[in-house]
Design a binder for this molecule. Structure first.
Ligand SMILES: Cc1ncc(COP(=O)(O)O)c(C=O)c1O
Length: 394
């Protein structure tokens, strides 16, 4: 189930709750944005129907950088113009940040659009060449590539994670190599929902030795959170001149701009040109572009986001250790942990306590994805989890 369907079914959209919180200025983010990471300006109010704890969509509860807010305010008087100048400036800044040419960057309306365009482009190219095409994905993983490919009538081959809930690279390779046609291989690193990384050495040796009929989408939505040295961005392969991949990144996660919809793709200039043909023109709104530009300038905010996530993770892992609940080593702003009994029941009980946690991702049954909010939010979550233990629910 994708996020929009989930929101509808959980009543969050229908109740207008999320928007209402922003309109009244009482969102948790509003309270926490002015706090230091570990300090705080006083107790966060307890989760309630009007102020639920939203730990389900891997957003950054800190809220955006103050510099980004300021940039939006300053840009608003010019918002009656098309966003070309802000767009160009952002493309240049991203290119400089990665030491790439601007022709190697494509902005997306969130990285979702970049993933969509990459899938459409690869399917179009394959069909133009008269070849069959399939999408190969690990299972479970973030499902947008699957949704966009399915809409084009493309077969999706799902390769189960191995016993450690890591990519089964050999099985993925086999699924691609055994196909008489083009394989689009979508790899999310760190993976969503597990929050674990695939060692870059393994991915790099596959991508650099892959047959011509394999083409890769590397989704690095959470790359900025990673501290494990076994991870290297696949942007390095683009820098080497490789044309068999596209890398997608987003401002929705560490930069806390999910509502402004800014993402980007990085690839060889020829691949970017082909992909751009499938992007909506003027897809970047001005407020998002200036906020992203300002966010890239705000090194302190980035450091604060990382420190906050690390502190939040520590609070959760300490609690899970105490409760004896297994979890995977998180390299992102969420954590995948075991829940005894039915995950749906656990999710429902959390909801009754005004906490929205992630869901189960079959075939990884018995596991729940939990977004790491602010340290204060995670302390509230832990308090509730501890009461669940007292009741014998976890
Ligand atoms: C792995 C992954 N990729 C891409 C996205 C889409 O992000 P956006 O479209 O906001 O950039 C998400 C959102 O949760 C995600 O988890």
């Amino acid at each position: 189930m994708d996020r929009r369907t989930l929101l509808k079914s959980s009543g969050l959209l229908l109740g207008g709750l999320t928007l209402g919180r922003f309109l009244t200025g009482t969102a948790h983010a509003g309270q926490t944005a002015t706090m230091s990471v570990l300090g705080g300006i006083g107790a966060l109010q307890a989760p309630s129907q009007a102020h639920p704890l939203l730990l389900n969509f891997n957003e950054n509860s800190l809220g955006m950088s103050p510099l980004a807010r300021q940039a939006i305010v300053e840009a608003l008087p010019q918002a009656f113009r098309y966003p070309d100048a802000a767009r160009e400036a952002l493309i240049e800044k991203i290119a400089r940040a990665h030491q790439l040419e601007t022709a190697q960057i494509s902005l997306g309306n969130g990285s979702s659009e970049s993933i969509q365009a990459a899938v459409q482009m690869a399917v179009f190219q394959a069909r133009k060449a008269g070849k069959a095409v399939q999408l190969v994905v690990p299972d479970p993983t973030f499902n947008y590539a699957e949704l966009y490919a399915s809409a084009l009538g493309v077969t999706v081959v799902k390769v189960a994670l191995n016993a450690n809930l890591a990519f089964d690279i050999a099985a993925l390779q086999q699924a691609a190599a055994g196909f008489d046609g083009v394989s689009i291989i979508y790899l999310c690193n760190p993976n969503n929902p597990t929050a674990t990384i695939a060692p870059s050495s393994q991915l790099e040796s596959w991508i650099t030795s892959a047959p011509e009929n394999s083409w890769f989408i590397l989704d690095e939505a959470y790359a900025e959170f990673v501290t494990d040295p076994a991870f290297r961005s696949a942007i390095g392969l683009v820098k080497q001149g490789r044309k068999n991949l596209i890398v997608t990144r987003t401002f929705s996660k560490i930069y806390a701009l999910a509502g402004l919809r800014i993402g980007y793709a990085v690839a060889h200039a020829d691949i970017i040109a082909q992909t751009e043909a499938f992007m909506s023109l003027d897809n970047t709104n001005m407020t998002g572009a200036v906020a992203a530009l300002a966010s890239l300038e705000d090194r302190a905010f980035l450091a604060n986001s990382l420190a906050s996530t690390d502190a939040a993770r520590k609070i959760v892992t300490t609690a899970l250790d105490k409760l004896g609940l297994e979890y995977l080593p998180s390299q992102a702003n969420f954590i995948f942990h075991k829940v005894p009994g039915e995950v749906k029941t656990y999710q429902q009980r959390m909801k009754e306590h005004h906490v929205f946690v992630g869901r189960e991702f079959p075939p990884a049954t018995g596991w729940n994805r939990l977004t790491l909010g602010t340290p204060q939010e995670m302390s509230q979550f832990v308090d509730i989890l501890n009461t669940f233990r007292e009741k014998g629910w976890v």
